[in-house]
Design a protein around this ligand. Structure first.
Ligand code: F6R
Length: 611
C-alpha cells in the first residue's frame, strides 16, 4: 500500500522519481506526488495515476538533484489532490511521504491544534510531519533527531521519508512495519518501497530494519536505531534483471505473468528437485528438519490468494504426512486466542512478504514459541526476515495486482515441503515418493500445454463477458482452485463470483442457478470424479451454463458441459498447479473485454501493509 521513492545524488531527480513511481504504482494508484528541494521546497501532487500528475505539471518542475515521490492507496482521507502526498508541515519548511498508518494521530492532532497548528488535509501523515516540526522547534535539534524523537511517541506502522529547507543536503528515512530499501550508488542514494525503482541504477541495496532511521547525503549513509545507537548497514547485492520488471511486449503484466508460469515454476524447482537422482532439497528448511519430523501440528497463516495455496497444502500434508493442519486467515487468527504450543510449526505464506495481517499473526505465534517458516516471493521482505527459516518462491517480480505466478509457485514450494516431510517422517512409500518427484518435474511442460489453449479460453470469455454472477465449483484439491478462480474474476472484472465445494451447492447456492448463471466446474479426473459428474448434472438440470475444466481425453463430461477446457493429467496433488491456469486466463480475458484496468483494479493494492 502506497509506494515511496527518494533520490539524492548528482542526477536530475524528477525523472528518476516519476519512473520510480510508475514502477511502484501497483502498490496504490489513488493519487501521486513529488517534492523537490533546491532553494525552495516544491510539492506537485494530483489525484489519480502518476500519468495524471505528469500531465498536471505546467512548465518544468524544479531542477534539482534531491527529491522524493509517493503513489497512494488511501487510508485516512478520501483520495483527492489535498490528501495526496507529499505533505508540508505547518510552516512548509518540512515535507513528508508516508506508507502506513499513524494510529494515535487523533490525539496528536488535538494536542498540536491546541498549540495553534493548522492542517490542510484529513491525513494522519500531515499530523506526523507537523509533530516532527513541533519537536524540532521545541528541542532545537536536527531533522533526524526530530524524526527519531517523534517516532518514539507514535503508534502505528510506517515507512517515511522527510526533507527540509533547513538542510538541503539530506533525506531522512525511517521504518516500522512497512518496507524501505536504500539503493547505494556512487555519490548517490535511492530510496524505495521495493527494489524495482532502484535496480536500473544499482544492484547494491540496504534493507532498512524496523525502528531504524537513515540519513542519506551525497557523501554517505548513516543508520541509527530508535535508541540513537549507530547500526552498520549491510549491503546486499540483488540478482534482479531489469526485463523481469517490464512488460516485454505483453499488453498487461498479468498476462505476462500468466504466460511466465512454465518458467517461474521451473525456476522455483531449480537446484531443489532432480527426480532422476531422487534429489529434493530445500536449503531454507534444512536447519529445522527435526522440527518437521517431530511436528504434531502445522498452522498456516496467510491472506487472499496465498490463503488458497495453503488450503491446497493442507490436503497434501494431511494426506502425505498424516499431520493435522490448520489454515487460518491471518487477520482472524491474530484476534482470537489461538492454541499454539512451544515448537508448533507455523507457515506464513505471502507473495509480497509485507502483508500486515500475516506479519502480525507471525509475531503472535513467535511470542508463543512457535517455529516460523516463511514462504515468500520478495527477497529480503519483512516476512522473510521475521521467519526462523523458509523458502523463497523464486517466481520473479509479480507486478500485476492479481496474483498468478506467485500462486503456482507457492503450490510448488509447499508441495515440495510436503513431499520432503513425508519422506523424512517415513509416511510415504519410497516408490510413490519417486513417482511423485518425476511427475512434479513435468509440471512446467503441462502448464505450457494448458497455455496453448488461451485462444479457446478467450472465446469462452467472449460468450460470458456480460454475466453478472459466476459460480465456481470444485471438490477436494480443486475446491481451493474454485475459490481462487472466483477471486481472480471478481477482483479484476468486478463480476460477482463465488467459489464453493461442489457438494455444498445443494445446501444453498443451487438456488442461484438458472439459465443466466455460468458455473465453472473444475472436474479433473480424481477420486471425486463420479461425484462431481453428479454435481454437473444438478447444475444442468436447472439450466445453468457449465464451463468444465476436465482432464485430457475425458469422454463423459464433454457430453454434459456447455464448454470444456482440457488440461493434461497429473497426480491429484499437482492438479491445482495445472487446473488454475484456465481460470486465470478466463478472468483476464473477461476483464479486458469489459474494459477494466487489469493490472491496477479499483480499490486494490498489491501489498497490503495496513490491517
Ligand atoms: C489476489 C491477491 C491478494 C493477495 C493477498 C495476500 O490476487 O493478490 O488476495 O494474495 O493480499 O498478499 P501476499 O501474498 O502478498 O501476502
Amino acid at each position: 500500500m502506497c509506494g515511496i521513492v527518494g533520490y539524492i545524488g548528482h542526477r536530475d531527480a524528477f525523472p528518476i522519481l516519476i519512473k520510480g513511481l510508475k514502477r511502484l504504482e501497483y502498490r496504490g494508484y489513488d493519487s501521486a506526488g513529488v517534492a523537490l528541494l533546491n532553494g525552495s521546497l516544491e510539492i506537485y501532487k494530483k489525484q489519480g495515476k502518476v500519468s495524471a500528475l505528469e500531465e498536471s505539471i505546467e512548465g518544468s518542475p524544479l531542477k534539482t538533484t534531491v527529491g522524493m515521490g509517493h503513489t497512494r492507496w488511501a487510508t485516512h482521507g478520501e483520495p483527492n489532490d489535498t490528501n495526496a502526498h507529499p505533505h508540508y508541515s505547518h510552516s512548509t519548511d518540512y515535507a513528508i511521504i508516508h506508507n502506513g498508518i499513524i494510529e494515535n494521530y487523533g490525539s496528536l492532532k488535538k494536542e498540536l491544534g491546541k498549540k495553534g497548528y493548522k492542517f490542510r488535509s484529513d491525513t494522519d501523515t500531515e499530523v506526523l510531519i507537523t509533530f516532527i516540526e513541533d519537536i524540532i522547534n521545541e528541542y532545537d535539534c536536527s531533522l533526524e533527531e526530530g524524526v527519531r524523537i517523534a517516532l518514539s511517541k507514535v503508534v502505528g506502522a510506517y515507512a517515511i521519508v522527510v526533507m527540509s529547507t533547513k538542510d538541503e543536503t539530506k533525506l531522512v528515512a525511517a521504518r516500522k512495519g512497512s518496507p524501505l530499501v536504500i539503493g547505494v550508488g556512487q555519490g548517490e542514494y535511492f530510496l524505495a518501497s521495493d527494489a524495482t525503482p532502484i535496480i536500473e541504477y544499482t544492484n547494491e541495496v540496504v534493507y532498512l530494519n524496523d525502528e531504524e532511521v537513515a540519513v542519506l547525503t551525497r557523501e554517505g549513509l548513516e543508520i541509527k536505531d530508535f535508541e540513537a545507537l549507530s547500526q552498520t548497514p549491510y549491503i546486499h547485492t540483488l540478482d534482479l534483471a531489469l526485463e523481469s520488471i517490464e512488460k516485454s511486449g505483453y499488453e498487461h503484466f498479468m498476462l505476462k505473468e500468466i504466460f511466465e508460469q512454465p518458467n517461474s515454476i521451473a525456476d522455483c524447482m531449480r537446484g531443489r528437485l532432480k527426480a532422476a537422482d531422487g534429489h529434493l532439497v530445500l536449503g531454507g528448511i534444512r536447519d529445522y528438519t527435526n522440527a518437521l519430523i517431530n511436528a504434531e501440528k502445522i498452522i498456516f497463516v496467510a491472506c487472499g490468494t496465498s490463503w488458497h495455496s495453503c488450503l491446497v497444502a493442507e490436503y497434501i500434508i494431511e494426506e502425505l504426512c498424516r499431520i493435522p493442519v490448520e489454515v487460518e486467515y491471518a487477520s482472524e487468527f491474530r484476534y482470537r486466542n489461538p492454541i499454539i504450543n512451544e515448537g508448533d510449526i507455523v507457515f506464513a505464506v505471502s507473495q509480497s512478504g509485507e502483508t500486515a495481517d500475516t506479519l502480525a499473526a507471525m509475531e503472535l505465534a513467535k511470542s508463543k514459541g512457535a517455529i516460523l517458516f516463511g514462504i515468500v516471493n520478495v527477497v529480503g521482505s519483512s516476512i522473510a526476515r521475521t521467519s526462523h527459516e523458509g523458502a523463497y518462491l523464486h517466481a520473479g517480480p509479480e507486478i500485476g495486482v492479481a496474483s498468478t505466478k506467485a500462486f503456482t509457485a507457492q503450490l510448488v514450494v509447499l508441495t515440495m515441503i510436503a513431499l520432503k516431510m513425508s519422506h523424512l517422517r517415513g509416511t510415504i512409500a519410497e516408490r510413490r515418493y519417486h513417482e511423485m518427484l518425476v511427475d512434479l518435474e513435468r509440471i512446467p511442460d503441462k502448464v505450457a500445454t494448458v497455455l496453448k489453449q488461451a485462444k479457446k479460453v478467450e472465446e469462452i470469455a467472449y460468450i460470458f463477458k456480460e454475466a453478472h454472477n459466476f459460480l465456481y465449483l470444485g471438490r477436494g484439491l480443486n475446491f481451493p482452485v474454485a475459490l481462487e478462480g472466483a477471486l481472480k474474476l471478481k477482483e479484476i472484472s468486478y463480476i460477482h463470483a463465488e467459489g464453493y465445494p461442489a457438494a455444498e451447492m445443494k445446501h444453498g447456492p443451487i438456488a442461484l442457478i438458472d439459465e443466466n448463471m455460468p458455473v465453472v466446474v473444475i472436474a479433473t479426473r480424481d477420486k471425486s470424479y463420479d461425484k462431481i459428474v453428479s454435481n454437473i448434472q444438478e447444475v444442468k438440470a436447472r439450466k445453468g451454463k457449465v464451463i468444465a475444466v476436465v482432464t485430457e481425453g475425458d469422454a463423459l463430461i464433454p457430453k454434459m458441459a456447455d464448454y470444456i477446457i482440457e488440461v493434461p493429467d497429473t497426480k491429484d496433488a499437482f492438479m491445482p498447479m495445472v487446473s488454475v491456469i484456465p481460470l486465470q486466463l478466463l478472468s483476464y480475458y473477461i476483464a479486458v473485454m469489459r474494459g477494466c484496468n487489469v493490472d491496477q483494479p479499483r480499490n486494490l493494492a498489491k501489498s497490503v501493509t495496513v490491517e
